[in-house]
Design a protein around this ligand. Structure first.
Ligand SMILES: *Cc1c(COP(=O)(O)O)cnc(C)c1O
Length: 343
């Protein structure tokens, strides 16, 4: 029985086609801008999102942190959702790297709304409070269970940013999933944001890499910040080629991940040991066990069935579908879930 790993969509391994693209990649020293595969990826992603320029980063956290550094000065404040990755899962980088504080807002499923922005902006002439200079949103939301924004809502938040002179960053680690789920035109995104980070090592299945897109002036400055953060890389075209392959060959199939996640959510909702399941829009399913269910018993059951998912505490669980979660694993998973005896 092969293990089923639904802890995250980062657990995937390069497909055969991706490995071939990596082996045949032309490379050079990217610190001299001489890696043709990195250059090709950057050009492709910038064009894909209708943005001027793009820069390859080793990780999403580094790309987000560079963006925050580019848009703020020490002592200033950014606005983000209380569940956001930049606030919760980047090691305190907001304060460590940029000396910035966060104004955290609530909102269903990790999503912000335009009407929350104005009240969260500190009056710029009131010099006692930090100057608000940046709004960060996430699409899809991670902790919010893969929820997507309607493009209109992102535009409305963007309009608020313009009104208040704020920069606007999108943490688009799973933007690919949102594009597929909402059938959106990626070219709408570039002009809307000052910067967007998109991850290549989640749904797209590359071993590493995130691309930051924005205006040329911003991306030029991003090169220096990336260098300072230790992200100047050499013959990394092998990895960039994997990322480009992922976009060109493994993007459209994200719909399969969403379909399977939807089926898992539906199955869970029908089981008497499950208290509730969050609405499932993309590839992340968040559900809650009934309070009387023994968590250890559930864990033991999963282990016996060689299934791994994430326990998020207080009866909350998360599973994430991905490229390496096959149809036969899916069938096994659906039937296993029905077999758990909660007492
Ligand atoms: C995964 C993720 C990132 C980046 O994570 P890295 O592991 O640093 O690549 C950023 N934002 C969100 C919402 C994520 O899910």
């Amino acid at each position: 029985m092969d293990p089923i790993d639904l802890r995250s969509d980062t657990v995937t391994k390069p497909s055969e086609g991706m490995l071939e693209a990596m082996f045949s990649a032309k490379v050079g020293d990217d610190v001299y801008h001489e890696d043709p595969s990195v250059n090709a990826l950057q050009d492709y992603v910038a064009d894909f999102f209708g943005a001027e320029q793009a820069l390859y980063f080793p990780t999403g956290s580094m790309a987000n942190q560079a963006a925050i550094k580019l848009h703020t000065q020490p002592g200033e404040q950014l606005i983000a959702h209380e569940w956001s990755h930049v606030y919760n899962y980047e090691g305190g980088g907001v304060s460590f790297n940029s000396g910035v504080s966060c104004k955290l807002l609530g909102g269903a499923r990790g999503l912000l709304t335009a009407d929350q922005i104005a009240p969260a902006v500190n009056p710029p002439d009131f010099y006692h409070s930090p100057l608000t200079t940046l709004v960060c949103v996430e699409n899809t939301t991670n902790k919010g269970g893969g929820a997507c924004y309607a493009l209109e809502d992102l535009k409305a938040i963007g309009a608020e940013c313009k009104t208040h002179g704020l920069k606007y960053h999108l943490d688009g680690a799973r933007l690919w999933n949102a594009l597929i789920a909402e059938d959106q035109d990626p070219k709408q995104y570039g002009p809307l944001f000052d910067t967007i980070s998109v991850c290549l090592s989640k749904g797209l299945g590359a071993p590493m890499g995130t691309v930051l897109v924005g205006k040329s002036e911003v991306i030029q400055r991003a090169m220096r910040v990336r260098k300072v953060l230790g992200g100047g890389m050499r013959q990394v075209g092998y990895m960039a080629a994997a990322g480009l392959y992922g976009i060109q060959h493994q993007l459209a199939r994200l719909g399969e991940d969403h379909k399977r996640a939807g089926e898992l959510a539906q199955c869970l909702a029908s089981l008497d040991y499950v208290k509730s399941v969050e609405p499932t829009q993309t590839n992340i399913v968040i559900f809650y066990l009934n309070p009387e269910v023994n968590q250890q018993r559930f864990l033991d059951f999963l282990e016996k069935n060689k299934v791994r998912i994430s326990a998020m505490g207080q009866g909350k669980w998360r599973l994430v579908t991905h490229l390496d979660y096959t149809e036969s694993q899916h069938k096994r998973m659906l039937s296993a879930l029905g077999q758990f005896q909660s007492r």
